[in-house]
Design a protein around this ligand. Structure first.
Ligand code: FES
Length: 288
């Protein structure tokens, strides 16, 4: 079975010659739109839910279109058509929501997400053909049913590739899922009270991890250095309204709490306490 998985992964990778430039092109125009939608962008990312909204909405069309297929086989015409209409409507909704995440995706994930979205658009087009045939209420529905089967095949392929982008490439997953939850005090290689300019982020070593430390007046804030969205370096970010803003896609995290205040991240940033211990400055992860 592992060889099948490798073959499928290879089949996705060889799409790079067309998917890479198309992805860069799509990212530009989709990003131009989504970055002007203000709070609606965050709503579509799923920041309010604490998980990417795209993952939740894609379940509905897969379920509805599976039911539609079964009802087609059983020749339950009105019910099959209703399930197909629901599936198509949720495919459109999922496409819009997925496009918002797509605009903040880079590299290999962007290339593979382009393959995923292209296959899904093809599936949607075939389903619209099936719907148009059904609308004519023909006695012989063979063409409508066959096209629905083709659409379902494409949907399955597209869903597989989408799963690969998430599970194999870690796109839109929480970057700190495997970070130790231990809260032991450990030394940090910096004296924040002396070496930090007020409001200037600095990267400091903390055991095997890196933190971004910011001094605001007498208060020293520390968060994990890698952005929860896609691992951007927060120490290269900017301080905005009590938050640190990631330089890669603009997620903002409250310095005082680590809470995400603006996407594309839908996850909070691990937060650390800093104190002056007996042997010098040290930090520990704040229990969340
Ligand atoms: S890496 Fe994307 S917002 Fe930080």
């Amino acid at each position: 079975m592992a060889s099948i998985a490798r073959l499928l992964a290879r089949l996705i990778e060889v799409q790079a010659p067309w998917a890479k430039p198309l992805g860069e092109f799509n990212k530009r125009w989709i990003g131009w739109i989504t970055h002007r939608l203000g709070p609606l962008t965050d709503l579509l990312h799923g920041r309010w839910l604490g998980h990417p909204l795209h993952a939740a909405t894609t379940d509905v069309p897969v379920g509805a279109l599976t039911v539609s297929l079964v009802l087609d086989v059983l020749d339950q015409r009105p019910a099959a058509d209703i399930a197909l209409i629901i599936g198509v409507l949720f495919m459109l909704l999922s496409a819009v929501i997925g496009a918002v995440d797509y605009a903040d995706t880079d590299g290999t994930a962007l290339m593979q997400a382009t393959v995923h979205s292209t296959v899904m658009v093809l599936s949607l087009a075939v389903y619209l053909v099936s719907l148009a045939i059904r609308a004519g209420q023909p006695d012989d529905r063979s063409a409508a049913v066959v096209s629905a089967f083709i659409g379902y095949g494409l949907l399955t392929v597209g869903a597989y590739i989408g799963g690969h982008v998430v599970y194999a490439l870690g796109n839109m997953t929480w970057r700190h899922a495997f970070l130790s939850r231990g809260s032991k005090w450990q030394p940090i290689e910096l004296d924040p009270a002396i070496e930090l300019a007020d409001g200037a982020p600095a990267r400091v070593r903390f055991g095997s991890e890196l933190l971004v430390v910011v001094r605001i007046g007498e208060t020293i804030h520390a968060l994990h250095e890698k952005c929860a969205h896609a691992g951007g370096p927060l120490s290269k970010g900017t301080i905005v309204d009590g938050c640190i803003q990631c330089p890669w896609h603009g997620s903002r995290f409250e310095l005082a709490t680590g809470h995400v205040r603006r996407g594309p991240s839908v996850y909070d940033q691990p937060r650390y306490e800093v104190r002056l211990g007996e042997k010098g400055w040290e930090a520990r992860r704040f229990p969340s």
